[in-house]
Write a protein that binds this ligand. Structure first.
Ligand code: G3P
Ligand code: CA
Length: 243
């Protein structure tokens, strides 16, 4: 799985239609995206807790209404040619890209009960349960997804940060919870860890691909996929490997 991380976010402003379109143009039909609630309880696609970094606005996402968020420019920070790109609702993204992308939806916030179930309600409303994977670093949200929608694929973003060692209890917890995917940082995986997870039936999908060396490392370890900001490089590598 070559998953454009927040879209092809090395080349276009993250989590915008421009970045999702760029992925399609590269022949990549899977995107990762992050969801938050607005202050008036709409599901909105943005990575950070605040709008400061990726728009011309300021302040917490959760303190803006949808109408306020719609007025923000989510493209100019990346490049003036992207002026006018907008923050999108989850519904807009699903509607616009259904049948063209698989959606790896990250439930971002920890302290927002209901975000996973509302996300799933929307996914079901669009008839996209086969085209979505629900992910989170926060295991309770992945468990909530599994309990509420066992038909939807789940991926646990392994909460082992930089410098951490692999911990088998992660695998045991994921097994007990019945998750589909285990998603560790690329720099933590080894061929042995990937094999062990495969033997237990997990799909192994990496994140934290900060450079092409890590991309190659993940491929050499035998992972099933990765989120990546430069999916064109992974397309190239996989084509080269196929000879
Ligand atoms: O693929 C998982 C990745 O998206 C998690 O990190 O910070 O980019 O949301 P982050
Ligand atoms: Ca994410």
């Amino acid at each position: 799985m070559n998953i454009a991380h927040r879209g092809a976010s090395s080349y276009a402003p993250e989590n915008t239609f421009a970045a999702y379109d760029k992925a399609l143009a590269m022949g990549v039909n899977q995107i990762e995206l992050d969801v938050h609630f607005t202050s008036d309880d709409h599901l909105i696609v943005i990575h950070d807790d605040t709008v400061d970094r990726t728009t011309n606005g300021s302040g917490p996402v959760a303190e803006h209404t949808l109408a306020e968020l719609r007025t923000l420019d989510a493209g100019s920070w990346f490049g003036l040619q992207y002026a006018g790109e907008r923050i999108r609702t989850l519904g807009e993204v699903l509607e616009h890209y259904k049948g063209r992308h698989h959606f790896h939806i990250e439930i971002k916030a920890r302290d927002v009960p209901g975000l996973a179930t509302r996300t799933i309600d929307m996914v079901r409303g669009y008839g996209l349960t086969d085209d979505v994977t629900i992910t989170s670093f926060w295991k309770p949200w992945v468990d909530e997804s599994r309990a509420y929608a066992p038909e939807i694929s789940t991926g646990w973003l392994v909460p082992l940060g930089p410098g951490s060692q692999w911990d088998d209890s992660i695998m045991d917890q994921a097994l007990e919870s019945g998750f589909t995917q285990v998603c560790p940082r690329a720099d933590i995986v080894t061929p042995e860890i990937v094999k062990m997870l495969h033997d237990k039936g997990f799909v192994v999908r990496c994140h934290g691909i900060f450079n092409e060396d890590l991309m190659r490392h993940a491929v050499e370890c035998g992972v099933d996929g990765m989120t990546i900001n430069f999916p064109d490089k992974l397309v190239e590598l996989l084509e080269t490997n196929r000879g």
